[in-house]
Design a protein around this ligand. Sequence first.
Ligand code: CU
Length: 499
Amino acid sequence: MKRVRSRTRIVAVLAMVLAAALSLRAHVGSPDVYYEGDAGPYHLFVTVLVPQVIPGVAEIQIRCASQDVRAIEIVPMRLSGAGSDYPPTPDFAERSKEDPQFFTGSLWLMESGALKVRVSVDGAKGKGELSVPVPSAAQKTLKMERPLGGLLTFLMVFLAVGMVFIAGAAVREGNLRPGETPAPGRARRARVVMAITAVVVAGILYLGRAWWSAEANNYQRDVNIFKPPAAETKLVNGNRLEIRARGQDAEWSNSVKMGEVIPDHGHLMHLFLIGAPGLDRMWHLHPERIAGGAFGEDLPSMPAGRYQIFADVVDKNGFPWTLVGNVDLAQIEGKALAGDDSTWSGTAFSAQGVDTSAAELADGGRMIWKRETGPLKANVPMDFKFSVEDKDGKPVTDMEPYMGMAGHAEFVSTDLSVFAHVHPAGSVSMAALELARTGAGASGELQAGMPMAMPMASAPLPPEVSFPYGFPHPGDYRIFVQIKRGGRVQTGVFDAHVQ
Ligand SMILES: [Cu+2]
């Protein structure tokens, strides 16, 4: 905060709030939160539309799977640590008149960082509760609305002119007794004082404007400076990729500490390397932490080319970060894939062929996107359902958890401005979900990140997986859906045009 230290306290505080807010980004270009889960006996689909600026108002939409819900209370809290146990007074979500299973509400998010919205349900089956992690972060500066601007301009002119006349009247009539008329000399002096006052007021306005513009420019520059943390890469020994987070401002370095990230579904980092620009190859890898908060991965064999990097980490407060970058690689002769690492390659995205609903899998089977009819729309919460068939077209019976869950889906816009790593529980980070559930403090020992409803290893999963999510804006997207069957990770790829 060096830049603002010398200025007045109010501006410093305001700038601090705004700057801190701007430095925080979750996912990439996909700020809203989609979550599906159980509040006790009630199954809910919760959407949190986060405000563009913080403090700001978040819109909460809750769809109940059953009809026996009587009332829903919502309240924002810190995800973990100090303050996570002391919620303010909750608000009631309002039941829709047209649809009794749909509730909406709005909540003020007063601070940036890892928050959660606690949802408390009361109904025929008793009470239930769940918490949805919400990464709170400003996305842009807001323009002043015209009516407010007009009102403020009017008040400014009124006050400025009023000041001049008050000064004049004070000189002309300030010493008069009742009934007395001012002497001609006084009227002349009043005019002089009014002229001087006008100059002084104009000067104050001019300086005020200059000060305001300087602040606005500073702020605007900060907006441009604060980008998602950049992934800085270095290739060592021909096939080892090292990744560091590069903050572009001292501010940012205080926000995320790569040395203190916590595991998210079993790994400290989920690294996605996507062939650019066609999105025709994808690797999902799990680098190890090395000294100094950097991460390193021995790359598998890869063809030469440019690769987009999205690297997901979760900080110890439960705030999810995605490092963004790209790297040009020569052909890599590397190790075979092992463990949870996976890959896919196929045809490049082409805008002509958008909207696929069936994908070939590596083992000869198919994955089917059970799309609802009609065009896909941006900002509409949806359940993305996929079913898996074997090579004879029969539903598979050997689905198993992949990193603890039925599936992992990556939604990537073809211009690479959107990246969202989504699970059957939604777009929330699994580590944050665990923190929200336990309400645990930010202790480093916490083994967060494993899903709460871990399926038994022996019981096969159903041949279907679904992901609650909504596209953040219109455009072309590629969806990578990753499942595991018969000990092998497979990726179904779907293209979507969103209106
Ligand atoms: Cu995942």
